[in-house]
Design a protein around this ligand. Structure first.
Ligand SMILES: [Zn+2]
Ligand SMILES: [Zn+2]
Length: 575
C-alpha cells in the first residue's frame, strides 16, 4: 500500500499540498488519480476535514501526522458557526513559491498572509475557478486558464490582527464573539440569529469584517439598533424597548469579551425611548439571508401562524433566557409559566431555558392586561421583595403572581410604557393579600412554620405562649427542626377570638397604631397583644369610632389542661 518514494512532512504543511507533491513525484496526473489507485478518497465535509488527511498520509507514507486546525477554530457546538475550518483552499503566491502552504491559511477567518502581507487567493482572478492543488498551481498559476496568480498586497483586516494579537485563551472567546456577531450580520432582525449553513456563505472575510464592526463601531451599532427598533416596535410594543432590541441585548449578554461600544449602544437604547428618523448615518449592514439558508427546518408549530407571521417568525423567536433578559422577570419564573402554558409553546429543547417563545405572542398577552392602573400600587424593587416573602408565606410563588398578572387578573396589571415589564407591574395590594389568604385557608390540613405563623397572624412569642396556656393553640406534637402549627387549628382559634395582627396584615394597617387606638378607648387584648375577644366590638370601633359592648365574652377555662398528660414540650412554651 505504501508509495515507493516519499519524503517527510509535518503537521504545519497543508496536507493537500503534500499529497500534490507526492503525486507529482510518482508521475500521477493529479492527487485524485493517485488516491484512486490506492483506493483512497479525499476527505469530505467540514468538521473532520483535516483529520481525514491524517489517515491518507499514514496509508500512503506510513507517517503518523496529526493534522489539526488551531484548537480555537475546531468544531465547537456552542458557537454560532460550529466549524471554522474552510474546506476551500486559500493560497499565498509567495508561500507557494517557497513550497509551503500553512494550514492556518485555510481557516475561514484568514484573509492575508501574515508573513508576506499578500491577499490569500481562493479562486483564480481571471477565470474565477476555485483553486485546487495540482501541478499547475505548484508553479504558481491557475490550472484551468494558466493565469499567473497575482501578488496583491493587502493589510490584515482588523479582526484578523486582533485575533493574532490576543493570547490564545482570549482568542477562543474573541472567535466566539465574532461568530455570534456574524450571525447578526446575516440575520440582523432576529432576536437570536438562526443558524445558517456554512456553505451558504461565500464571503467569510467580508462577513467577519462586518461582524468586527458590529462589535466595535459605534455608528454601525446605533444604525443597526435603530433600524431593528423601527421595524419591530409596533409588534412587540407591550414588552417595551428592550424587546425590540432583543438582538442587541442578547449579543451583549452572550459575548465573552468586553466590547465597550456594544455596551454603550445597549445603554443608549435602553435610556432613549423614541427614535428620530435618519439620525444615524453609519454603514448599513442589514441584509437578511433567505429562509432556505437556515439549518433548522420549519416546525409543526408554525402551522398556527399566518403567512406574514411565518416570514418574520425568526425575527421574533426568543429563548426563555432571552425573554428573561428583556422582561426582567426571573428565568425560573418564566420556566414555570412556560410549563403552565401561560405562553404558547414553540418547539422543545433539552433545557427549559432554551425553549422558544414568540415575542409577539408574549407582547399580546401583556397588552391585554395593560389597563388603568391608578388604584394600583407600583411594585418597586423593594416592595417586590416584600411581596415575594409574603407570597412564600402562603405557599404562592412568583410564577403564580405572574400567572395572575398575565391572565386578566384584577390583582396585577402591567402599566403602559417602554420600560421592562417588571418595572411596569402594578398590584392591588389588598386584593392580592385577600387572594393569598383565600388560597391559604383552602388548605386547612396544611401546616405552617412557627415563624410564618407569627408573621401572617402578627403573633409574638408572648401571644403564642398565652394561646397555649389557654389551650387555644398548640404546636404540632412531632419533633422536627422547626415548630409547626396546623392551619385548621389556627382557623379554629380565629373563629373563637379575633386576631388583630392578621386583620392589620390583610388591610395593610399598622398594628401598633391600631392597637393603641383601641387601647385609648379601653379595648384591650384578652390574650397576649394581638388576641381580642370580640371581632364585632373591634371592627365597630375602627369603622365608626364608637365603643360598644362586645357581643360575646371570652371566659378563660377554669381548669387549665396544659400540664395534664400533654406533650411536655408544650410546657416549655410557658417559660
Ligand atoms: Zn505568504
Ligand atoms: Zn484561471
Amino acid at each position: 500500500m505504501i508509495l515507493p518514494l516519499s519524503f517527510k512532512t509535518d503537521s504545519s504543511v497543508n496536507p493537500a499540498l503534500y499529497l500534490c507533491k507526492l503525486a507529482q513525484l510518482h508521475g500521477y496526473q493529479d492527487v485524485r488519480i493517485m488516491l484512486k489507485a490506492y483506493r483512497l478518497r479525499l476527505p469530505q465535509g467540514q468538521q473532520n476535514h483535516l483529520i481525514g488527511y491524517s489517515s491518507i498520509v499514514k496509508a500512503l507514507t506510513g507517517q503518523d501526522i496529526d493534522y489539526a486546525a488551531p484548537a480555537e477554530f475546531q468544531y465547537d457546538s456552542t458557537r454560532y458557526f460550529k466549524s471554522l475550518v474552510s474546506n476551500h483552499l486559500k493560497v499565498c503566491p509567495d508561500c507557494l513559491e517557497c513550497g509551503s502552504s500553512p494550514i492556518e491559511h485555510n481557516l475561514v477567518t484568514s484573509a492575508t498572509c501574515r508573513v508576506h502581507s499578500l491577499k490569500l487567493l481562493a479562486e483564480c482572478p481571471q477565470c474565477n475557478h476555485e483553486l485546487t492543488f495540482d501541478r499547475q498551481l505548484l508553479t504558481g498559476s491557475c490550472s484551468y486558464c494558466g493565469h499567473c496568480l497575482p501578488r496583491v498586497s493587502q493589510n490584515e483586516p482588523e479582526y484578523q490582527k486582533m485575533l493574532y494579537d490576543l493570547r490564545s485563551d482570549k482568542r477562543l472567546d474573541a472567535i466566539h464573539d465574532l461568530a455570534l456577531a456574524a450571525g447578526y450580520i446575516l440575520r440582523p432582525y432576529d432576536c437570536i440569529p438562526a443558524q445558517i449553513k456554512n456553505e451558504e456563505i461565500s464571503d467569510w472575510i467580508g462577513l467577519f469584517s462586518k461582524a468586527f464592526k458590529l462589535l466595535t463601531d459605534k455608528e454601525t451599532l446605533l444604525n443597526w439598533g435603530s433600524e431593528v427598533f423601527k421595524q419591530k416596535q409596533t409588534r412587540v410594543k407591550g414588552l417595551g424597548v428592550q424587546a425590540s432590541l432583543a438582538g442587541i441585548v442578547f449579543l451583549d449578554e452572550h459575548t465573552m469579551l468586553d466590547w465597550p461600544e456594544l455596551k454603550n449602544a445597549r445603554d443608549y437604547f435602553s435610556n432613549t425611548l423614541t427614535f428620530k428618523d435618519g439620525i444615524f448615518s453609519g454603514e448599513k449592514l442589514l441584509s437578511e439571508m433567505p429562509e432556505e439558508t437556515f439549518v433548522s427546518k420549519r416546525g409543526r408549530h408554525l402551522k398556527a401562524l399566518n403567512e406574514e407571521d411565518i416570514k418574520s417568525y425568526f425575527n421574533y423567536r426568543i429563548t426563555l433566557e432571552g425573554l428573561s433578559m428583556v422582561s426582567g422577570i426571573d428565568l425560573e419564573v418564566l420556566e414555570a409559566l412556560y410549563k403552565n402554558n401561560t405562553f404558547k409553546t414553540i418547539g422543545a429543547a433539552n433545557n427549559y431555558s432554551q425553549n422558544f417563545v414568540d415575542l409577539r405572542d408574549v407582547s399580546r398577552i401583556v397588552t391585554e392586561v395593560s389597563e388603568e392602573v391608578e388604584t394600583f400600587t407600583h411594585v418597586l424593587p423593594d416592595s417586590m421583595n416584600l411581596l415575594i416573602e409574603k407570597l412564600m408565606l402562603v405557599n404562592l410563588s412568583m410564577s403564580q403572581f405572574w400567572h395572575f398578572a398575565f391572565s386578566h387578573s384584577n390583582l396585577v396589571r402591567i402599566g403602559e410604557g417602554s420600560e421592562k415589564i417588571i418595572d411596569r407591574a402594578y398590584i392591588d395590594k389588598p386584593a392580592l393579600m385577600k387572594f393569598c389568604f383565600k388560597t391559604f385557608t383552602a388548605d386547612t390540613n396544611g401546616k405552617l412554620r412557627k415563624s410564618v405563623v407569627m408573621d401572617i397572624f402578627g403573633l409574638s412569642e408572648f401571644d403564642l405562649r398565652e394561646l397555649a396556656k389557654h389551650d387555644l393553640l398548640h404546636p404540632m406534637p412531632w419533633n422536627q427542626r422547626h415548630t409547626y402549627y396546623r392551619i385548621k387549628h389556627l382557623i379554629n382559634m380565629e373563629n373563637k377570638l379575633f386576631c388583630l395582627g392578621r386583620y392589620c396584615e390583610l388591610r395593610g394597617l399598622d398594628f401598633q397604631t391600631t392597637a393603641s387606638q383601641l387601647e385609648s378607648v379601653g379595648i384591650h387584648p384578652v390574650l397576649g397583644r394581638s388576641i381580642f375577644e370580640c371581632r364585632y366590638q373591634v371592627l365597630h370601633f375602627l369603622k365608626f369610632n364608637q365603643w360598644i359592648e362586645p357581643k360575646k365574652r371570652y371566659l378563660p377555662p377554669s381548669n387549665f389542661t396544659f400540664l395534664k398528660g400533654r406533650d411536655p414540650r408544650k410546657a416549655l412554651l410557658l417559660n
